[in-house]
Ligand binder design. Structure first.
Ligand code: AMP
Ligand code: ZN
Ligand code: ZN
Length: 417
């Protein structure tokens, strides 16, 4: 675990941001950039703990949702791609953080070659649509941002790098937004993973997780401060989201994948909370007889028979059988289960998206948005049609619906050129 607070880096970032203050404000005739920021695993009730003064201020000056529902499975890659495509994971094809496809091989988030390979990303995210419409875009580590999709890439993209902290990422974004119109991106996406890391290592209620929330909130405060000083804050539409929440997992709450299904009968394609099982040739009946149905701490279905509210199971990348762990339980190989330190608490997500612990945040501020609006909960597929509206893009068919977000839009209807 890295130090959540590196004072030297902060001071350097603050000085660098202060140096940006002489930049002229964006003339009002210029298009308003859209900045999308994801704070991975910022569970919506983290906003009620007194750790987020800067997010609170943005919400007061703009809009926040009671909460946002993640899509199934409540994991990082599927939901980040859903946020920027408006498609459920079953429809955009990033069906899990760990996947297999015949002919393509295996996908894992830690495999940067696979993460940057456009063949895994079969839908066009909003930055690709924007580039095709002649806009410049910039993407900092957002899943999919490093891939060429439909032969197109963002004008600028920075690959995921855990060694670069939130303050330095924010500095890059501020610099981009303060460029002259000739090079300034119209759409920027930024990804921040620090809250997710701490939540996994220590659990959602740990002081370390709260410290990570405060660190990220302070970095967002630096962004707002820099935009305020350069009088650009009111000429940017900010949308801040998370991908899912986080649930506490006690160290003993582990089911071993070998107990779910013997390895000689099936390949276990994904582990964790949403477990994908692919029976070996001739073993389907044996495996189904063993795993389908309810068990202590998990339940398994054939892919075509999953609960309809999860909108999941038709994609060829979803393995034949899916087992869903109960909240607070993980499925791990025995070797990894043995490494769990007894008596400790960790955190996991990937549980039923309808659980309160999986709820994500949505905050928006800028000229397109009303001030002081509180929206009822909506699904994260609905963020995409909001973004295409703000960018005046043609909106390809998707699973989202802008209707729940319309009360958030200023009278101009979000048409902020
Ligand atoms: P999860 O396993 O769902 O908690 O995924 C979160 C992790 O995904 C982060 O801690 C990173 O390690 C990894 N990650 C997030 N974004 C990217 C990216 N763009 N490229 C590669 N890895 C990423
Ligand atoms: Zn995540
Ligand atoms: Zn995570």
């Amino acid at each position: 675990m890295r130090l959540p607070f590196d004072r030297v880096a902060w001071l350097a970032a603050l000085l660098a941001l202060a140096a940006c203050t002489t930049t002229r404000p964006l003339p009002s005739a210029e298009p308003v950039p859209l900045l999308l920021i994801s704070v991975d695993a910022l569970r919506v009730d983290y906003l009620d703990r007194g750790d987020t003064p800067n997010l609170d201020r943005l919400a007061q000056q703009g809009v926040r949702a009671d909460w946002m529902n993640p899509s199934y499975p409540a994991l990082t890659f599927p939901n980040h791609f859903t946020l920027v495509t408006g498609l459920r994971p079953d429809h955009h094809g990033v069906v899990h953080n760990t996947m297999r496809e015949e002919g393509l091989g295996a996908f894992r988030v830690a495999d940067l070659a696979a993460v940057g390979d456009g063949r895994w990303w079969r839908a066009a995210p909003v930055w690709i649509e924007a580039e095709k419409a002649g806009m410049r875009t910039a993407v900092w580590a957002w899943p999919g941002g490093a891939a060429e999709i439909d032969g197109v890439r963002p004008t600028r993209w920075v690959p995921y790098n855990p060694d670069i902290g939130p303050a330095r990422r924010i500095q890059d974004v501020v610099r981009w937004l303060q460029e002259p119109a000739a090079t300034r991106p119209r759409f920027v996406a930024l990804y921040l993973e620090q809250v997710d890391n701490a939540g996994h290592d220590f659990g959602p209620d740990a002081p370390q997780t709260r410290a990570a929330v405060r660190e990220v909130d302070a970095a967002i405060g630096m962004l707002v401060g820099a935009l305020e000083r350069s009088r650009t804050l009111d000429r940017v539409n900010l949308v801040l989201v998370s991908d899912h929440g986080m649930a506490a997992v006690e160290s003993g709450n582990v089911v071993t994948v070998e107990d779910i299904v013997p390895m000689e009968d099936a390949a276990v394609v994904s582990i964790g909370q949403s477990v994908g099982i692919s029976p070996r040739a001739g073993r389907t009946e044996v495996v189904e007889a063993r795993v389908l149905g309810r068990h202590d701490h998990y339940q398994c279905w054939r892919k075509g028979e999953l609960p309809p509210r999860w909108h999941y199971g038709s994609n060829p990348r979803v393995p034949a059988i899916v087992c869903q762990m109960d909240e607070g339980w993980d499925a791990l190989p025995a070797v990894d289960a043995a490494k769990r330190k007894p008596g400790t608490t960790r955190g996991s997500h990937g549980y039923d998206p309808a659980l309160p612990s999986m709820r994500a945040m949505f905050i928006a501020r800028g000229p397109a948005f009303r001030k002081g609006v509180r929206l009822a909960a909506f699904d994260n597929v609905d963020v995409y049609p909001l973004m295409t509206r703000l960018l005046h893009l043609h909106t390809p068919d998707n699973d989202g619906d802008i209707a729940p977000l319309l009360p958030a839009l200023a009278p101009a209807g979000g048409s902020t050129d």
